[in-house]
Design a protein around this ligand. Structure first.
Ligand code: SAM
Ligand code: SF4
Length: 324
C-alpha cells in the first residue's frame, strides 16, 4: 500500500488485548483501565481473517502487541496461524517479558521471528517505581529463556525516563554482555506519557559516551522501523534510539495499527482510522473490508504534532489500549 505521501505501508502492529499485568506509569493508571468485555475484543479467527486482507493489500510484517500480548491465552496459536497467512513474511512480538519464561518454547515452535522485551531498568527499586510491580526477576528469567533459541532475535526496549545515569549504563551494558540490541525509546506525550519526563537521545548519548567511549553511528538500515543505531567498542549488540520527539521520522513511517477492538489506526497520535470489527461481524465481503483499509490508509496523516502545544484530534486513549 502506498499512501498519498508516497510512503509504503507494509507493517502492522496488532494489539491482541488491552489487559496487562504491569502498570507502567507512562502507560497505564495504577488502578488499571475499564476493561473491555471479551465480546468486544477480536477473536483469533477474526484477527487472522483481517491479516489475510491486510496481506492482500501489501502488509508483510506483523508485530503483536497489547496490553501485554502474553496474557492472552494460546497466543502461540495466533502466531502459528499468522505465520501461515499468505503474504506475511514476519511475525514478531513485543512483551514486558514477565510471562516469557513459560511461553518462549511455544512461541518459538509456532515460528515467532523476533521478540522485543520491554525492560526499563535492571535496578529492582527503579523497575518497581516505573512498572509499579516487582517482576524484574521474571523478566530476566524470560530473557535468559529466550537465549536458548539464538535463532530468534531478541531486542531490549527501554523507555527513557529519568532513570539514573548508572542505571541507563547498566541497561545498555546488556548489549555488551549479550548479543542483543538495546534500544532507548523517547517518551511520547500520549495518555499518561504526557505527564512523564523523559530524556532526549542527546542526553542519553552523552551519558553513554561518558561511560563507554564514543559510539560509532551505523549507517546501514537494521530492522523494520525508525530505530537508528550506534556501536560501542567491545559491545556484542548495538545501542539503538527510537526518537519520535527529537528526531521525527514520520516521513518514513511504514506502519498502521489495529487495536484489540478492531479499530484500524493510521497514526499513533490521532484517533483517525476506521472500525473494521462491525463490518467484519456483519458480513462485509473481503473486497469491502479491503476498500475500507485502503481508504483509511490513503488518509493517513502526514505526521504527528506531538511538539505542538495544542493539537487537533488528539488521541485520548492510554498506550496500553493502542499497542505502542
Ligand atoms: N506490554 C508490552 C510491552 O510493554 O512491550 C506491549 C505493549 S506496550 C504499550 C508497547 C511499547 O510501547 C512498549 O515498548 C512500551 O514501553 C511503549 N510505550 C508505552 N507508552 C509509551 C510512551 N508514552 N512513550 C513511549 N513509549 C511508550
Ligand atoms: Fe503493560 Fe506494556 Fe503498558 Fe507497561 S508498557 S503497562 S507492560 S502494556
Amino acid at each position: 500500500m502506498i499512501d498519498r505521501y508516497g510512503r509504503e505501508i507494509d507493517y502492522i502492529r496488532i494489539s491482541v488485548t488491552d489487559r496487562c499485568n504491569l502498570r507502567c506509569v507512562y502507560c497505564m493508571p495504577e488502578e488499571g483501565i475499564l476493561l473491555t468485555s471479551h465480546q468486544e475484543i477480536l477473536r483469533f479467527h477474526e484477527i487472522v481473517h483481517l491479516a489475510g486482507i491486510f496481506a492482500s493489500a501489501g502488509i508483510r510484517k506483523i508485530k503483536l502487541t497489547g496490553g501485554e500480548p502474553l496474557v492472552r491465552l494460546q497466543i502461540e496459536q495466533l502466531v502459528k496461524e499468522l505465520k501461515g497467512t499468505e503474504g506475511i513474511e514476519q511475525v514478531t512480538l513485543t512483551t514486558n517479558g514477565t510471562l516469557l519464561r513459560e511461553k518462549a518454547e511455544a512461541l518459538v515452535q509456532a515460528g515467532i521471528d523476533g521478540v522485543n522485551i520491554s525492560l526499563n531498568s535492571l535496578d529492582p527499586e527503579e523497575y518497581r517505581q516505573i512498572t509499579r510491580k516487582e517482576e524484574l526477576d521474571k523478566v530476566w528469567e524470560g530473557f535468559q529463556e529466550m537465549r536458548k533459541y539464538p535463532e530468534v532475535p531478541v531486542k531490549i526496549n527501554c523507555v527513557s525516563m529519568e532513570q539514573s545515569p548508572s542505571g541507563i549504563c547498566r541497561t545498555a551494558a546488556i548489549a555488551r554482555d549479550y548479543p542483543v540490541h538495546v534500544r532507548f525509546i523517547e517518551m511520547m506525550p500520549i495518555g499518561l506519557g504526557e505527564s512523564c519526563k523523559g530524556r532526549s537521545e542527546e542526553e542519553l548519548l552523552q551519558i553513554l559516551e561518558k561511560e563507554f567511549g564514543s559510539g560509532t553511528p551505523i549507517t546501514e538500515k537494521l530492522g523494520n522501523g525508525p530505530c537508528h543505531y550506534v556501536q560501542f567498542e567491545g559491545f556484542q549488540g548495538k545501542i539503538g534510539f527510537i526518537s519520535a520527539m527529537s528526531h521525527k521520522f514520520c516521513d518514513r513511517c511504514n506502519r498502521i495499527r489495529l487495536t484489540s477492538q478492531g479499530y484500524l489506526k493510521t497514526c499513533l497520535q490521532y484517533d483517525r482510522g476506521v472500525d473494521l470489527r462491525e463490518p467484519l461481524r456483519t458480513g462485509a465481503s473481503d473486497h469491502m473490508l479491503r476498500e475500507l483499509i485502503l481508504q483509511a490508509v490513503s488518509h493517513k496523516p502526514a505526521s504527528h504534532a506531538f511538539t505542538e502545544k495544542v493539537s487537533r484530534e488528539r488521541e485520548e486513549k492510554f498506550m496500553s489500549q493502542i499497542g505502542g
